[in-house]
Design a protein around this ligand. Sequence first.
Ligand SMILES: [Zn+2]
Length: 302
Amino acid sequence: MFYSAKPTGKVTAKSPLNSASILVFWVMASLSSLSLAEVYSVDQLCKKIGAKLSSVSARECRRLKFDPPRFYSVRGLPILEKHFAAAKNREYAPKILFIGGIHGDEYSSVSVTFKWLKTLAKHHSGSYDWHFVPLANPDGLLKKKSSRVNANKVDLNRNFQTKENAIAAIDHWRNSTKQRTRYFPGQQSLSEPESRAIHTLIEELKPTVIVSVHAPHGILDFDGKVQPPRRLGPLHLRQLGTYPGSLGNYGFYIKNIPVMTIELEHAGIMPKKAQISAIWADLVRWIKVKTKSKEIIVHIAR
Ligand SMILES: [Zn+2]
């Protein structure tokens, strides 16, 4: 970016500072006003979500009291985060990174994640450490016509790193797929701020399990080296295979973290209340059993 090096005459005349300090001051002022103009607050985002989704109100969103934002989308919307820490004496509590709405047109994946967030906000026991990112692709959701891809037209679930000697996601997309734009993985891995945010969170949290909610296949997909659950509520296990650049592929081949991909049945229709609870109960039970048997390992951050 280029900034004009010419301070205004007015400032030069009145300021006792020399021209170099004025220039520094002017550039910094321009930068800060620029960044202020470019990002939105959590409140503003909640308002937008409330206007877009019939199942999540702006009030409901604000009441969840999201953590101060650290990551932003291409268009400057916060990547919402909510951390429910394990109780202090629970050093080995399983850590779950829970992601909704990585595909912006899968509305139910965001709404259902908000419902689970609400439940947890009421009933968090401290036995687990939960980190929620209920809307990983806010730009995709909030476009007039919501899209799977982000504002740069990248499928965030194809933008993760692939193993060193494996085919890069972009080459796979070019050579082995029909180059469908909905699945464009970006020119290189982690080119997008939204996937970088998730990547950073994985590095930081060292999650025991990653859960990512999608729609509309109506199944549970699973990438990991442990025995997956046969079902979560109404969703039966069906492993679809991994795609280069997907979160499941990254979790499996690079991080050795089980990734559960919950595919709700409809993108635009909410599951029944009982189904939402059943999915949650089965998920928590599976994590409990597998950490107890040490089939999945709880990594202690730092
Ligand atoms: Zn999806």
